[in-house]
Design a binder for this molecule. Structure first.
Ligand code: AMP
Length: 538
């Protein structure tokens, strides 16, 4: 027996050979030492932002140590967004990461790694900081300001009341009535209409448009506007001589329901006598249920606006049917429905789910993704040239037709099925915060530059096969993230050039963002080059 003493983990896997020789010959035999030893954490470093955030570590031990993480002494529950990943094993040393997917300030703190096996344990700590916490002092400051405001308003109201008493007493027959607040803030249910109000050319609502309410999230005050998509600079699109085509009801034959929007049902229909060379064509008709007087006016204004929006990557509007309720808008039918559904149906999850079935969907290629992106950018170049600010650009608002033809197809607030994409503030206001830049969240400023930000998010949606941006965060956390300057991570399948483009759309300063024409040009070039490009990517 060969007795070995004072061995350490460093001797693990060492080769021990034994040779035996006599006059007839020799023989050698060897073995590798398998040394059992307690865990030792040889490395635990500061978090580094990579594809995901990573707290790198190395642990040695035999048998393989069990690892457990603590954040400020609380056990870290691992799951989809936080998990231990081992990337490499050398000589009983395990190298890996605590991988965090889009961590927020809630993930800041002291991380302790505990490694255990039957021979012992080791632990080490490291501080990790991912995001700044909202400054509570500012909220307090905000509350104090609000108290001042309330006291101020009370004082003004009291003075007003006194003045009114004086007027009633001494000047009861004055010609000038005093308008109540209802003349400023409409209580109508018009926000349920898919139509746009037209502003005086400015994209930022005036103080009267802003309404008196605000919601405070973290340190961000969000003004409540009855319906934000109403304030658009669409003057150039509302021409006095616009001829909106009217379609007779008997020419529309409904076939089946395509979906339900926030404002009414959408049907597939056959429309007769629409074009001289075809007896009937398939169309999508959008119905407007329970239209108030104001909603009707908006409906007509919207129809004028849509009549003037004509581009190969904007869904074609054929006309209206207003003979009786419900009011109807007729659009070209896009066979594959909305782009978000389409992306999900052609992503890896859908392919996996369909395993074993006869018709399996095919996964979209990068070249197809670029083709989709390029077409949306082209539609946006056109909208910008018409001084039209979309405000709700997202894949759910784009439509897919035959041969991967993509068009921007929805200009109203979206549908119930996507309600989690919106953040409700006040009664009716639904904000697509996950697609909005900081200035739109904080000041309700919507411009062509804020559309560019949304286009960046659309690119991210495309390259993640239709994932919801910041899917791992609640609405409040999203608002904090965006206002603090965090941006979405590079999707796994996204080439660097495209992610750089996204980053160009997500510059904090609106004037620093890429110009929509530049974006279109870049996407066009990438799409053209993509077959070769794909080879390079392997
Ligand atoms: P919306 O009211 O625009 O939110 O649309 C509701 C549903 O109808 C969506 O799921 C779309 O897929 C579908 N849809 C809307 N417009 C069209 C269209 N022009 N062609 C085909 N499907 C459409």
């Amino acid at each position: 027996m060969l007795r070995l003493s004072n061995l350490s983990s460093l001797d693990h896997n060492s080769k021990i050979s034994c040779t035996a020789e006599n006059i007839v010959g020799g023989k050698e035999s060897s073995l590798l030492l398998d040394i059992l030893f307690p865990p030792k954490i040889t490395k635990l470093s500061e978090a580094i932002p990579d594809h995901h955030w990573c707290i790198p570590f190395s642990v040695s031990g035999n048998p393989e140590p069990e690892l457990q993480w603590f954040l400020d002494d609380e056990v870290v529950t691992e799951g989809l967004y936080i998990m231990t990943m081992i990337h490499d094993i050398t000589e009983r040393e395990y190298h890996g990461c605590l991988q965090l997917d889009s961590p927020t300030h809630f993930n800041n703190g002291r991380y302790r790694l505990v490694a255990k096996n039957e021979f012992g344990m080791d632990q080490r700590e490291v501080e990790a900081h991912f995001m700044h916490k909202p400054i509570e002092g500012l909220c307090l400051h905000f509350v104090i300001v609000q108290v001042y405001v309330v006291v101020g308003i009370a004082a003004v109201a009291f003075t007003g009341f006194l003045l009114m008493l004086i007027i009633l007493k001494f000047g009861g027959n004055s010609k000038f009535g005093i308008k109540g607040p209802s003349s400023v803030i409409s209580n109508d249910d018009d926000s349920a209409s898919p139509l746009h109000h037209v502003s005086n050319g400015s994209n930022t609502p005036s103080s009267s448009e802003m309404g008196p309410d605000a919601v405070i999230i973290g340190m961000t005050k969000i003004p409540v506007i009855e319906n934000p998509q109403y304030f658009r600079s669409t003057n150039s699109l509302l021409k006095t001589d616009t001829f909106v085509q009217h379609i007779k009801r008997h020419n529309i034959v409904l076939k089946r329901e395509l979906g339900e929007g926030a404002f009414g049902k959408v049907f597939l229909a056959e429309c007769y006598n629409l074009s001289p060379d075809q007896e009937k064509i398939l169309v999508a008709v959008k119905t407007l249920k329970e239209a108030s007087e104001n909603a009707r006016k908006d409906f007509h204004r919207e129809a004028e606006l849509l009549t003037n929006l004509q581009h190969e990557h904007i869904v074609t509007f054929y006309g209206v049917c207003v003979e009786s309720d419900p009011l109807i808008m007729v659009f070209e039918y896009m066979k594959h429905g909305d782009l978000n559904k389409f992306l999900r149906a052609h992503g890896p999850d859908a392919v996996l789910m369909a395993e074993g079935q006869t018709t399996r969907p095919v996964e979209l290629t990068q070249s197809q993704m670029l083709h989709i992106a390029q077409q949306i950018a082209s539609g946006m170049v056109y909208l910008a040239s018409q001084h039209f600010v979309h405000r709700d650009l997202a894949t759910r608002n784009c439509l897919v037709g035959e041969n991967l033809l993509v068009k921007i197809g929805d200009f109203g607030m979206s549908r119930d099925v996507y309600s989690t994409d919106y953040y409700r503030v006040g009664g009716h206001t639904m904000l697509p915060i996950r697609w909005m830049p900081p200035e739109s969240i904080m000041y309700r400023k919507f411009t062509t530059e804020s559309d560019v930000w949304s286009l960046g998010v659309v690119l991210w949606e495309i390259f993640t096969y239709g994932k919801q941006p910041w899917y791992q965060l609640s609405n409040n956390e999203v608002i904090e993230c965006i206002t603090q300057g965090r941006v979405l991570q590079r999707p796994r399948t996204c080439p660097k050039e495209v992610y750089d483009l996204m980053l160009g759309c997500w510059q904090r300063e609106p004037h620093m963002r890429l110009n929509i024409k530049e974006i279109h040009g870049l996407l066009l070039n990438l799409a053209k080059a993509s077959p070769v490009y794909l080879d390079i990517l392997g």
